[in-house]
Design a protein around this ligand. Structure first.
Ligand SMILES: O=C(O)CCC(=O)C(=O)O
Length: 258
């Protein structure tokens, strides 16, 4: 196993549902991603309409408008988390950022999970929050309810807040969590927006929120094998018998993908 994940991280994710992986991304790189995200949030807000308003301060698929964000999806520390908890064939279900506006919050400010199913003893989805700012109680550090990932019923707000803990990653740290863990985005009481990138990863045989191979198309010809894997290029489904009988090297759903 490469990457900054420690035994403590592993054990916390498996028993409590979440953990902060420290020093995962070079803070200078995270700062560059932050600057780029600020531009995307501004552009998304300018283009906002009735249907997209629910996602205010949360940008879907930032790599489509700025290819730099593909780096996030193949970052070794991020991929190490996916490999660790979902196996080395796992893929990205969604790549959606989360910014807490100054003196405000976003759609994540509700008791919620990022995965609809519970299979006891088996994680289907992993959340990775990449902190682009230091999270503090003042700027909206996320709340998590320890050990809640096998509950079927959502806790009430009062039950949630009685036992929830806040996470305080620094810029470049990751918050890694079983996506079934109940959590809540905080309120930013400062004058400065707090930014983060969020990835939800799933098992190789599950469907993604977006059909990335169809969305991205031939541009992926030059992508690394890791980037192609996480985007789902190795688990595409044939649309004709010719595609089904393609030679091994060109197979759409590669062998041993789960
Ligand atoms: O940005 C945050 O603090 C929370 C994000 C969140 O709740 C989510 O991605 O589901």
């Amino acid at each position: 196993m490469t990457g900054p994940i420690t035994d403590a991280n592993r054990s916390e994710v498996l028993t409590r549902g979440f953990s902060v992986v420290s020093d995962a991304i070079d803070p200078a790189v995270a700062l560059d991603w932050r600057d780029r995200l600020v531009e995307q949030v501004a552009a998304a807000r300018t283009a906002m309409n009735e249907r997209t308003a629910i996602d205010d301060y949360m940008v879907h698929n930032p790599m489509l408008a700025d290819a730099t964000f593909y780096e996030v999806l193949e970052n070794p520390a991020v991929v190490a988390c996916l490999d660790e908890f979902l196996g080395d064939t796992s893929i990205v279900y969604a790549f959606t950022t989360s910014s807490m506006p100054a003196k405000g919050t976003n759609y994540s400010a509700r008791v919620h999970v990022d995965c609809p199913r519970v299979i006891p003893g088996y994680m289907t989805n992993l959340g990775v929050i990449i902190a682009l700012d230091d999270f503090t109680d003042e700027n909206g550090a996320t709340y998590f309810l320890p050990g809640s990932f096998e509950r079927l019923e959502a806790p009430t707000e009062s039950e949630f807040f009685a036992s929830a803990e806040r996470v305080h990653p620094r810029r470049g740290d990751l918050v890694v969590f079983n996506a079934r863990t109940f959590h809540y985005g905080g309120l930013n009481n400062t004058e400065i927006d707090r930014h983060a990138l969020t990835i939800n990863a799933c098992r190789s045989y599950m469907r993604q929120r977006f059909d990335y191979p169809r969305m991205i198309g031939d541009a992926a010809e030059t992508f690394s094998p890791t980037l192609r894997r996480v985007l789902g290029y190795d688990v595409r489904v044939p649309a004709s018998m010719d595609e089904y009988y393609l030679p091994e090297a060109q197979r759409l759903y590669k062998a041993n993908r789960g």
